[in-house]
Design a protein around this ligand. Sequence first.
Ligand SMILES: Nc1nc2c(ncn2[C@@H]2O[C@H](COP(=O)(O)OP(=O)(O)OP(=O)(O)O)[C@@H](O)[C@H]2O)c(=O)[nH]1
Ligand SMILES: [Mg+2]
Length: 466
Amino acid sequence: MKPADLEYAEATIAAIATPVGPGAIGVIKVSGQLSERILKRLFEPKRPVEEFQSHRLYYGFIKDPESGELVDEVLVTLMRKPHSYTREDVLEIYGHSGYLVLTKILELVLREGARLAEPGEFTRRAFLNGRIDLSQAEALLDLINARSEEGLRLALNQLKGVLAEKIAPLRETLLSALAVVEVAVDFPDEDVELLSHYQLAEQLERDVLSPLEALLASYQSGRLYREGIAVVIAGRPNVGKSSLLNALLLEERAIVTPIPGTTRDVIEEFANIRGLPVRLIDTAGLRETEDLVEEIGVRRAREKIAEADVVILLVDGSQEPQEEDFRLYQEIKDRPHLIVVNKIDIASEETLNLWKEAFAGEKIIFISAKEREGLEALAESIFYLVTGSRREEAPQVAPNLRQKMALEKAKEAVERAIANLKQPTVYPELVAVDLRDALSSLGEITGEATTEDLLDRIFSNFCLGK
Ligand SMILES: Nc1nc2c(ncn2[C@@H]2O[C@H](COP(=O)(O)OP(=O)(O)OP(=O)(O)O)[C@@H](O)[C@H]2O)c(=O)[nH]1
Ligand SMILES: [Mg+2]
């Protein structure tokens, strides 16, 4: 939020809340104390209304109060505080979607005293007014951006407050430990040790440190489901990379021809592999080339390989292994990779055996992109390569990067407290500092302890009208 003054923060805000373009309905959202006045000024109900009731739909027209011009036929609803998204009075106007109509209504709303909302400002108010915690606000973003069923499930869990629920008992334990330590600080001469230092350290280990470690572990697997993974298909020209991309996508996305060097740029599309959002990347066939365009394509392909979570080295099973295949293998062998032998529908037993020998010790998957054979096995191998185990399921919660960093800070502080408590001479002041650090780091996750900067950073990722 730019101007930090109160007036700015308390102003009535408005935005178009639906994607602008031709569609069935478009929604204008208004939040703040002017909502009802704006409604009364702009809305002409079909049947006279004495007093607008909360959460009721009214049918009528939006009319410019100055010119008397009719702007749109609409439904409106007023949601009185605190029973609304932002916990302020919220007005929603459902008009016909169309750029001109919606901007016209928005202009009228602004003329009546509202100001344009910033991205995420409605949600920010929901947070500032205590309706949701910060992790729930972030979950809304995840929800909107979810690319897979699992990602959606994780976002919904977080929206329900699962992460905050898991953190609450940790805070409780830290607070009671802090109370014990502070008694020792305040009454150094009293010999009332409620818990021995060692017991306190053990309690922190059991009730705070290990749950923190478990949450941190869920970051890694959660990230896979939330953000997805990048899988690059690499290989010599003409081995069937684009065919494989199309087969996995179930659509003819990339051009396929028998001419080597068909693909000259990087092609990326999202696919879903066992609930994992996967960015599939088809690349230019890797070879030495005189062609400038192709050469740039080859360079881009190498960049993509460097960033990939998984590299598929695709080879042509209908031909014998070639020098170039081995050179490429050297390039990718230190990255998470799969050797995939294509065109088994036209390959002879002999050449397939040559490939088995050539890559003995490697996991080899045999497929035919053309006949769509072996694709299940390939999907399975990709899944296990990134999730690391056969049994791994998506975790219940998946902290995002910001939350993970706060968890790490909390963990380090708790570790310091534990180490201090295990010293022969314990300085309770020092332990108290560490415990308070841990508490404030955990507070950052749910938003008990935040800064304007942090809020700006988080909410600016939202779209307008959210
Ligand atoms: N028989 C058979 N032919 C295949 C298979 N996969 C691809 N092809 C054929 O191989 C040729 C090259 O396929 P592409 O998918 O364009 O190969 P590419 O690796 O993308 O080639 P570049 O973009 O030039 O590097 C085309 O004629 C495909 O029809 C397969 O599984 N079996
Ligand atoms: Mg291609």
